[in-house]
Design a protein around this ligand. Sequence first.
Ligand code: SF4
Length: 222
Amino acid sequence: MPGSNFKEKRLDIAEIFVSLQGEGAHTGLPTFFVRLAGCNLRCQWCDTVYAQKPLNKFFSLSEILKLWEQRGCLPFIQITGGEPLLQEAVYDLMKQFLARGATVLLETNGSLSLKKVPGKVVKIMDIKTPSSGMEKYNNYSNLAYLTLKDQVKFVIADRRDYDWAKETLFRYYLPFYTQVLFSPVYGRLDPRELASWIIRDLLPVRFQIQLHKFLWGNRPGV
Ligand code: SF4
């Protein structure tokens, strides 16, 4: 806005793209993805290493909204990272999309408070398993902000992770107030093995595989 002190909020972005939602309750739906740059964790099996550090590729909120409009105003938005909650302007971005009637999914590593996330946003929160090396950063007070529309995700690399996730599931009574996802680390744990453990233990969790990995390997989409 020329001649004023107005400075539009900006976000450091790793990538913006359209693809099929690869995980969780919205799997398979065409989705507009906004991946923010920068992460406060360093998971052993991170599959988005390119988004761990700030990239200084700034987009204003109106530029992001314009890209969304150019891609047909898809009703499903995923805000991911990196860790999206590290950037203050992400709250305004979520509100802008909600105001336009979109369903907003927020994927977060679970280490930062969810307190300021608008209630209508679908929160997909990691609980980091031992194999990630980041288990000590889990912020369990965030569980108070989750409801049945939200999801917690355990990414499981081996039997030790599975046993730990199972114990955590019951310690916090997770399936009583939120959805629970168990997902194998791609290329490290055979999905059939994880599926058989879940069935044998009659666990009230959703088994999932990362659809996009099976379609396109490590690329996010076509
Ligand atoms: S929290 Fe996510 S982006 Fe950050 S290091 Fe772990 S897997 Fe990678």
